[in-house]
Design a protein. Sequence first.
Length: 184
Amino acid sequence: MSLTVKDLEKLQTQLSEAHLDYQLELIDGKIIVMDPSDIVSSEIGVEFIRVLANWVKPRKLGRVFDSSGGFILPNSDLTAPDVSFVSAERLRRSPRYFGELVPDLVVEIKSQSDRIKPLKEKIQSFLSMGARVGILIDPDKHTVTIYRTNAEPVVLTDGDILTIPELFPDWKVEISELWPVEFE
């Protein structure tokens, strides 16, 4: 049985009424319960969002979303990347609903329980539907891999600088700045 976004919304309402809070995605007609992120992955996501949004917002380039921002995709999936961006030209006003479009940028951050292959597949799926750039952050290996349609992935490590000129001219962040700080 293939489920729809309406089925997912109904389930979320029932869970909410029972005081249960789960993040759900709809992939290939199946409802997927998303595990919470470990706190390292969460901290990396917050840092990425902070650095990007602080650059995007004053320039009015678009909107940055966290892992709770769901998108209904052309294939009818409802999913939420860990971080996403949609340009101002494509989303003039945020609806009080899921975004019904493919983000320009999708970022997935590997949690300790994640496997790399499904994260790569999720990014490739976004790219095949129109995302311009996909990023996979692996805290275990301290790598940031950039995916673009019809291009080989580019792997960055500590000492490298992340740029995404096709979306954010002149924006840059040192890879080493994404990792959690260790306090002494």
